[in-house]
Design a protein around this ligand. Structure first.
Ligand code: C2E
Ligand code: MG
Ligand code: MG
Ligand code: MG
Length: 282
């Protein structure tokens, strides 16, 4: 804990705080350099239709290839990037790269796949957010119907009035809006109804429990039902086993994503997978 002394001219920190503080400052410093040196990479995880067994799109997931820290998971740096607002330039880079990747696939005649991009609330509340998305769609030439923005429930509830009109605008452009990690936040069903979303991603924790907990299983089934009734595309994330697949299929999910299909792939690997024209046995 920091303690103010005198007239707040300097701060006294406890050793444990200093430790954490230094770590954060260091990560922040490295992140700043990482932006300049383009140390970030995107991996793409396929999403497969449960109707056809074919890939319908990819979620782009950031990794940080740090010369100091090695390959760093977004779970370790996205929060720091949000707190320091570095997520704004990083997120813009992610969006640009993701749209270019999808447009590249379209242009090479490889296929018209959708690209899903995770968006942080820190980006979304920026005045320039909508203009930035439009500019990137324009620059890359990607048809907006192939872009999906993934946002979390907490994002929307924290800044409902600022965020909803922006999402509505994006949706009118044809951009898809997915509610990510659904079921882990605090939103009530009445919120859900007011959100301009097109896709519901059921959180992995519900899928994980499939073979074990009957309660969670019923919950997962109820969520799918609600999503479908609302006319949303329902995606099950984190499907790892055949049993989970059978379950979400029976529950009438539309799309699955998870290690059973594939882990997130480097771009060449993703392109190879598409070229193989694989139809998954679902
Ligand atoms: P998310 O958006 O919910 O992404 C799904 C996460 O689940 C990914 O972790 C993915 O690799 C992992 N996953 C996929 N299938 C399975 C599975 O079958 N089993 C298990 N155990 N895990 C699976 P990842 O790549 O580590 O990303 C973690 C989180 O970091 C993401 O969760 C998202 O919230 C955030 N994130 C990733 N990339 C970005 C980004 O570009 N911008 C922002 N703002 N956040 C990002
Ligand atoms: Mg996501
Ligand atoms: Mg998710
Ligand atoms: Mg998740």
């Amino acid at each position: 804990k920091a303690k103010e002394t005198g007239k707040g001219r300097y701060m006294v920190f406890s050793p444990s705080f200093l430790q954490t503080f230094n770590d954060r400052v260091n990560v922040e410093k490295y992140l700043r350099e990482a932006i300049k040196k383009e140390e970030f990479v995107l991996h793409y995880q396929p999403q497969v239709s449960l109707k056809t067994g074919k890939i319908v799109g990819f979620e782009s997931l950031i990794r940080w290839n740090s010369p100091v820290l090695g390959l760093v998971s977004p779970l370790s740096f996205v929060k720091v990037a949000e707190d320091s607002r570095l997520i704004v330039p990083i997120g813009e880079w992610v969006l640009l790269r993701s749209c270019s990747f999808a447009k590249g696939l379209h242009d090479q005649g490889i296929g018209d796949y959708k690209i899903s991009v995770n968006i942080s609330v820190v980006q979304l509340v920026q005045d320039e957010f909508v203009d930035m998305v439009i500019r990137i769609l324009d620059e890359t030439g990607l048809n907006p119907i192939y872009l999906e923005l993934e946002i979390t429930e907490s994002i929307i509830i924290e800044s409902f009035d600022i965020v909803i009109p922006k999402l509505e605008f994006m949706k009118r452009l044809g951009v898809q809006i997915a509610l990510d990690d659904f079921g882990t936040g605090y939103s009530s069903l009445s919120y859900l109804q007011q959100m301009p979303i097109t896709t519901l991603k059921i959180d992995r924790t519900f899928i994980e429990q499939v073979p074990i907990e009957e309660d969670k299983r019923s919950l997962a089934r109820a969520i799918v039902l609600i999503g479908r009734r609302m006319g949303l595309v329902v995606v099950a994330e984190g499907v790892e086993t055949r049993r989970q697949l059978d379950y979400v299929k029976q529950a009438k999910c539309d799309v699955i994503q998870g290690y059973l299909i594939s882990k997130p792939l480097k771009d060449e690997e993703a392109i190879d997978l598409i070229h193989s024209q694989r139809v998954f046995d679902i």
